[in-house]
Design a protein around this ligand. Sequence first.
Ligand SMILES: *[C@@H]1O[C@H](CO)[C@@H](O)[C@H](O)[C@H]1NC(C)=O
Length: 195
Amino acid sequence: MLGVNLVLKFVIFALVINSCTSVSIQDNSYVREACSVTRYRDLCVHSLAPFSTTAKRNPSIWARAGVSVTISEAKSVAQYLMKVKSQGHMRGRNRVALNDCIECFQDAIDNLHRSLGVLRKLNNPRFYAQLWDVTTWLSAAMTDQDTCLDGFDGQKGKDVKLLLNRVSNVTYITSNALALVNHLATTGLESLDDP
Ligand SMILES: *[C@@H]1O[C@H](CO)[C@@H](O)[C@H](O)[C@H]1NC(C)=O
């Protein structure tokens, strides 16, 4: 009898553990669902997972989250570019490209900040005009990043490769943010009223 009781307790214990895990799987499913509209899904899920519990199925929160993480990553890359510049290893054509890149990133970060500012103040009468502005600025930020990449076209070397990887990564994250904003546009105004 005691044995059965013990087994029963164990089963209940296992069920409790199981329901805990299913909570986190549930959380994860929100971010997966949100990221399903993006092109670089794994990167999207990885970078936006922390927002799952607050954003749930709210497209406007996901759009803001997408732009926020893009700003963080763009700032981090801008800092890295400054560091590469201060090390002074890049010469000739690469040095020119690096300086252009730094300017492009400042412009990109401005465009991203502007986008986030508007996403925080979305309101009914201006909703579509606001989203139009945001998509324009996010596209401009992507163009800035592409211009940076173009400067190093055909260049080789470990330093350049690392730089290109980091900059490409930002273009992917920006593309994801743009997809989340586009998704918000398709869901329309009613999504603003969600909790
Ligand atoms: C790309 O960005 C993500 C999110 O910020 C970051 O976690 C990851 O380390 C970055 N990868 C590269 C190669 O820079």
